[in-house]
Design a protein. Sequence first.
Length: 166
Amino acid sequence: MVSFIFLSQTLKLNVDAASNAGKSGYGGIIRDHNGDLYYAVEKYATNDSPLEAELDALLFCLQVYKTKGLYGIQVEVDSSMVVKMTTHMMAHWRLHNKLSQVLSIFKSLDATIEHIYREKNLAADWIAGNSMRKEQNFVWEAVTADQAMQRLIQLDKSGLPQLRIS
């Protein structure tokens, strides 16, 4: 069983990428300690690999987060490879520049990163998939979030555990 937990006074950024046949979508959702939506972003892109898409999604979402003037962030991703790259500061040479940019923004934002199960990342996953399917870029604020996203946010806020089948 997996449930979504919000730490007191912490902003949380969930990031995910969807990738298929060179097409990618990035999704990021920023929420406060109550689980309420601040911003959600999606971006359509093309990538060589799913790992590159995951790292690009993280970089894109961090850049958006930084432009909003928000600091102190708990980043959660369901890609264990992205977590390993950021914590060990090592990446394939093709991804090294992007990783350096991510680490620089992490430092300036006083950010932490952790791996989570896919079931805890449903909202970011939905946003990434939506972007890839529609080939669009979009930024939501709380008042502009559509019903599907609102349902996923409410599910997370409820704290109800979700079944994880391995």
